[in-house]
Design a protein around this ligand. Sequence first.
Ligand code: NAD
Length: 436
Amino acid sequence: MNRIGVIGTGYVGLVSGTCFAEVGHKVVCCDIDESKITRLKQFNIPIFEPGLEELVKKNAAEGRLSFSSDIAGVIKDSAVIFIAVGTPMSASGEADLSYVKEAARMIGRNMNTHKIIVTKSTVPVGTGRLLESLIRDNLPDSSQTFDVVSNPEFLREGSAIHDCMNMERAVIGAGNAQAAEAIAELHAPFETTIFKTSLESAEMIKYAANTFLATKISFINAIANICGKVGADVTEVAAGMGLDSRIGNKFLQAGIGYGGSCFPKDTYALKHIAEEAGYSFKLLEAVIETNENQRLLIMDGLVQSLGSLRGKKIAVLGLSFKPNTDDVREAPSLSLIPRMLEMGADVCAYDPIAIREAGQYLPDEVDYAHELYECVTDCDACVILTEWSEIVNMDLERVHRLLRSPVMIDGRNCFELDVMRAHQFEYHSVGRQVIR
Ligand code: NAD
């Protein structure tokens, strides 16, 4: 019998399944999307995640990791089943649990021995209990026993392998102490801190952690917006704040706000959970609103420097929601580029990895460059949306020469003001003085 089955081979399922194999467990990953499984069997990794391809190949070659589209078979053969399917935001802002529920029904229908079902997907408080009843309702034999455990995932795209192999903690929420211990044992090779809680607390920890980080980002962005008006420099302010160990320097980089597949949907989901519980979470509402307004700084900078955008050519550097990933879910590029086009601009975009992903969602009028310097050539302004190292380390002198006018709107504060002054750019960044 395989020890671990993983349902869902997205960023979380594929990375965590591979890391469990790397520490010695036998793992089979399955997905409802057969094309993904076909690609994975050929080691054609469907997502961009540094180090993942090598680790998948190594563990498959050593016989610990395999892929299957036979979800029922994987369930039957596994003692522990991780659910790592998506929980996207629904139209009303709450988490869409349809994929998780479908996985639970499948598990129930195929339960042949005692199994531990572990939810890795980010799910609202109460979902573990809901899954217990869904599984029970679908059991072929009602005397069959099983346990449901919550084990939320904290990895970050772009450094997912590192985060998984060096996890700071494993939160294990369960109603049954033996099931919690079994999942703790699976984590033993990671030598991490095991934190056991109730099912409900584990589910809440994930939302509380993500929302706290989002709050830090919106807080420093609000401070940045004041800094820009009163002559302070937010990078200095954040550095000074971060020296206080009670605050710390992480998640204090001002910019155009958070995006991605987690923070936007998880903040909305927690707002919804709070409403359902009868609590009006005003602080979180302000965090969300601050974040949504923050990306508009890019449009303000463009209009300030170019006036009307009609007929202007704008180079957009960075399409993914953050560096080192091809994920464009809730990326600022997807909302800002259509706005630039609506205002009459021509847009040429460049990203080291995410052009293919972003191209699926952006309007057809967007031109794509294969190379950064080609992208900025003859543009009236250059906009930075993602701080890829290639972008942070670009040759500013060359960019200045290639642009039609040396205007840079930097949504990620990639450059020192003195450097931009020395290169004679008109430089708009976040929470710092404008250089002209
Ligand atoms: P994803 O969209 O990349 O992958 C989900 C996968 O599940 C897809 O391949 C899909 O085909 C598959 N799937 C859906 N329904 C299925 C079913 N019934 N049976 C088998 N496969 C099915 O999602 P993701 O980014 O990996 O996120 C998964 C969960 O983990 C979400 O709840 C997310 O909030 C959470 N999470 C994500 C991250 C992250 O950085 N991406 C970090 C921590 C937690």
